[in-house]
Design a binder for this molecule. Structure first.
Ligand code: GN1
Ligand code: MG
Length: 368
């Protein structure tokens, strides 16, 4: 093989493909978690993407892999049944020669190989509002395709990930411990959270009461996790399935809004620049509801704006907690980075409150 011919990669490739078939294997894409390579083979073979899975981020690898295997197999069958192209509309795990879909090398590193999706593109950032509409459509479609998947059979690979009340409890603990002596700096933020404490329970309480259904959720609903068809420009496939878990549809929606419809960066120091772009919000709502095609319940649809606010509050709470604990979870570039991030999130949540009526009206407008 050509570039980047380390012995280890060669050994991994041999676990999947006949010897001599691989022409080159080179680093690919710009993911921050897993290491990814594009594999080119001799004539007659397709191209593949090989990934080394970061086990420092994903401790429970068997559970993560199990979730990915179950979901991709389910999607593949469904796409075939609907007359779609299963090789392009979902990720396809290639079994190793031993039949397993994940391969552990001699150092215990975990690998997977998937079919490379030809004639497709991926965008790092929203360049025009239309992109955000398409991303809503992709995640809505993903929700619809998995609407009849028994979510409870997936493993919650990051326990209590979007359990907002338990995130609040963690914040309270961090405040009483005040490990770094930052408590006095954050009194305003703590008041903001306290005033909304009851609201933090709404979604999980509704889940417990059966008013919101447990769904398969993606948990990283960003534009760069979608592949678009290079020929038609339409959405093709959702990527990055490592954080698939049982959860709430309104949170997948909400996290996309929190991140993508903010007029400022997540770590903007001037909070006056932070606001909810109603234009982008509307784009995403339209796309998401179109993609879901009636698979959400009336209550889920009604709760979409609350999903956006709760994801924003929760993320602010997590940043603030991490700040108080000395920034041990989120990567930071300077000591107050997490505090700055927490402030942008609370500013965004406050702006959502000001725009609440418009947010709910927009959802009503596109309800199908
Ligand atoms: C983390 O790594 P990234 O940016 O995809 C975090 C999300 C937060 C986000 C905030 C597993 O996601 O929950 O919303 O940072 N992911 C995990 O920027 O904790
Ligand atoms: Mg990602």
């Amino acid at each position: 093989m050509g570039d980047n011919g380390s012995e280890r990669i060669q050994e991994v490739l041999n676990a999947y493909l006949p010897e001599g078939v691989v022409i080159s294997c080179r680093p690919f894409g710009n993911g921050h978690i897993n290491k990814t390579y594009l594999v080119e083979c001799a004539e007659g073979y397709p191209r593949y993407v090989l990934q080394q899975i970061n086990h420092e981020v994903f401790h429970n690898l068997d559970a993560v892999n199990g979730n990915v295997e179950k979901i991709t197999a389910f999607l593949r069958e469904k796409i075939i049944a609907q007359g779609g192209d299963p090789n392009r509309e979902t990720l396809n795990l290639i079994p190793a020669k031993d039949g397993r879909k994940h391969h552990f090398d001699r150092d215990g590193q975990c690998w997977r190989m998937v079919l490379f999706i030809e004639d497709a593109v991926c965008y790092e950032q929203v360049e025009k509002p239309e992109d955000f509409y398409l991303s809503g459509k992709a995640f809505g479609h993903f929700q619809r395709m998995l609407a009849d998947y028994p979510a409870e059979t997936l493993v919650e690979t990051i326990p209590h990930f979007h359990d907002t009340p338990s995130r609040l409890t963690a914040l309270k603990k961090a405040v009483s411990a005040d490990a770094c002596g930052y408590g006095k700096q954050v009194l305003g933020e703590l008041d903001f959270v306290k005033a909304r404490e009851k609201e933090c329970h709404i979604a999980v309480d509704m889940l417990a009461k059966g008013e919101l259904p447990l769904r398969v959720t993606h948990n990283d609903t960003k534009l760069n996790n979608i592949m678009f068809d290079a020929r038609t420009g339409d959405v093709l496939c959702v990527l990055d399935l490592d954080t698939i878990m049982p959860g709430l549809s309104v949170f997948d929606f909400g996290d996309a809004i929190r991140f993508g419809a903010n007029t400022a960066m997540e770590d903007e120091k001037d909070v006056s620049r932070v606001s909810l772009s109603l234009e982008l919000y509307e784009m995403f709502v339209r796309g998401f509801l179109e993609g879901c095609q009636g698979s959400l319940t009336d209550t889920e649809i009604r709760m979409l704006p609350m999903g956006a606010k709760l994801m924003t509050m929760e993320c602010g709470i997590r940043f603030l907690t991490d700040y108080l604990e000395g920034s041990v979870y989120f990567h930071t570039d300077y000591p107050e980075h997490n505090l700055v991030r927490a402030r942008t999130q609370f500013a965004l949540a406050a702006d959502m409150e000001r725009k609440w009526k418009k947010m709910t009206d927009i959802v009503e407008k596109y309800r199908v």
